[in-house]
Design a protein around this ligand. Structure first.
Ligand SMILES: Cc1cc2nc3c(=O)[nH]c(=O)nc-3n(C[C@H](O)[C@H](O)[C@H](O)COP(=O)(O)OP(=O)(O)OC[C@H]3O[C@@H](n4cnc5c(N)ncnc54)[C@H](O)[C@@H]3O)c2cc1C
Length: 432
């Protein structure tokens, strides 16, 4: 059965969330900018806790996880509809307990963690009381994890980690790090890498610097270069089994990527809404901007691009719910990841242009969105790598042509068609 309608009961929930985010949460982006991942202190806690409480009361806290883990078990499709709304605001995912990278990190601890690891890390993570960091990329290698060299070596009952990690987001405020390391250099990376849960205050963990993105002020950066220098952890710190890192990484990044895409719909829609408002508000050379065909083209292209992307994301979310196996949906998750930066970039860029000089200032959000689009083309793997994944998966469903000519070569097909309908063709000729 195909259906494009939201269940009316859930639509009421979404309507509430939409108003709540616009009225209560979006103002946090301006009142407490860049502080989403800073643990709460007295005054901010007074502002934030009641909002989280309201979300919990409505049953919308951590909806990405099943009921056994404190979520609602809504599945990805319902989550997509909610995440579209949350995408408007940087604080919204925190207020709803579903912010990256913590969602992905919680997901893998839920999947692969021991009971003890769940008690220690997952519970407080789900309660929104601490933050986590995913520490995988290295200074010399990101897109190709088989080149990672940070290692963990057994020493009695402990493991000792040595190496460097780069762009470990939120490490500065995270309570623990999920670190991907080589544990057996003698086998292929796919079997020889493992993940460890490492408290950030473990001796030997040093944040050398927090790299900022373009436009962020000195000291605002949140992507850490980390030196792991003889970091000793007990064997209970191993997540999943030895050699499981690649399998775990796929689980994590699959979820993370589609959640980013859901929120990107909301952010792109915000840019489109702003573009339309401006086009209707501003007059030049005798008519409103909305009457100029170029501007109408911007609006139409943006609307169509967003609609295509939204349907693609919702379909992929539906597939994840249906198969409950990221591997089966790998092609479409990768395709979503490929399309996502372009959609946000194009719509934000057009909205910026329609706003004239105001569009490029720090009084409107467009250049932040354009930078965000550039980030999306890199974080969780570069676009080129995801295109390769899509192409490989698509090619799996195809075979080489049997002879010298393509199987759709018209002369051969025409000959076959004429042979198939020979009786009728002769009959028609006879009637002429
Ligand atoms: C804002 C942000 C947050 C991030 N957060 C985290 C985090 O929390 N934890 C973490 O571990 N990492 C994080 N990353 C790192 C991210 O995962 C890497 O940047 C990404 O995997 C690419 O690695 P790289 O930067 O080393 O680029 P490289 O691997 O050096 O690639 C550079 C470029 O080479 C080209 N290229 C690479 N491979 C191919 C290929 N196979 N075919 C064709 N062209 C190719 C692409 O153009 C690519 O952009 C974050 C990155 C950003 C920007």
């Amino acid at each position: 059965m195909w259906s494009f309608e939201t269940d009316p009961e859930y639509q009421k929930v979404l309507d509430w969330a939409d108003e709540f985010v616009r009225e209560e949460v979006e103002p946090l982006d301006l009142a407490f900018p860049h502080q989403q991942f800073v643990p709460l202190d007295g005054k901010r806690r007074e502002a934030i806790d009641p909002l989280k409480e309201e979300v919990r009361r409505r049953g919308l806290w951590a909806t990405h996880l099943g009921a056994d883990l404190g979520g609602q078990g809504y599945g990805q499709l319902k989550l997509a509809l909610l995440n579209e709304i949350l995408g408007r605001s940087q604080w919204a995912p925190i207020i709803f307990g579903c912010q990256a990278p913590d969602t992905g990190n919680a997901e893998i601890i839920a999947h692969y963690g021991t009971e003890e690891q769940k008690q220690r890390y997952l519970r407080p993570l789900l309660d929104g009381e601490l933050f986590s960091c995913y520490s995988m990329t290295e200074p010399h290698a990101g897109a190709d994890p088989t080149m990672f060299t940070t290692s963990a070596v057994r020493d009695g009952d402990d493991w000792v980690i040595n190496g460097w990690k780069f762009f470990s987001s939120n490490a500065a405020t995270a309570s623990f790090l999920i670190v991907m390391v080589v544990t057996n250099p003698d086998v292929s990376a796919y079997q020889g890498m493992s993940m460890f849960l490492v408290p950030t205050d473990t001796p030997g963990v040093t944040i050398e610097r927090n790299v900022g993105l373009y436009g962020e002020r000195e000291g605002e950066g949140s992507h850490a270069l980390i030196h792991y220098d003889n970091v000793r952890v007990p064997s209970e710190a191993l997540l999943g089994g030895e050699g499981q890192a690649f399998a775990i990484a796929q689980t994590r990044l699959g979820g993370g990527r589609i959640h980013h895409a859901m929120r990107t719909i909301g952010l792109s829609r915000k840019a489109l809404d702003m573009m339309c408002e401006r086009a209707l508000s501003r007059e030049t050379q005798g008519s409103r901007l909305s009457d100029k065909q170029f501007v109408q083209g911007y609006i139409a292209d943006s609307y169509a691009q967003l609609l295509q992307f939204r349907l693609m994301v919702l379909y992929t979310a539906w597939e994840i719910d249906k198969y409950n196996d990221y591997k089966k949906v790998r092609k479409d998750i990768a395709a979503v990841k490929v399309v996502m930066p372009t959609v946000l970039h194009d719509i934000a860029w057009r909205a910026m242009q329609v706003h004239g000089a105001l569009g490029v200032t720090n009084e409107v959000p467009f250049l932040g969105m354009v930078t965000g689009a550039a980030v999306m083309g890199l974080a969780d793997g570069p676009t080129e790598v995801h295109k390769t994944t899509v192409a490989k998966q698509v090619l799996r469903d195809h075979r080489p042509a049997e002879g010298m000519w393509p199987s759709e070569w018209i002369p051969a097909k025409r000959e076959a068609a004429q042979a198939k309908y020979a009786d009728f063709i002769e009959h028609e000729v006879g009637n002429l």
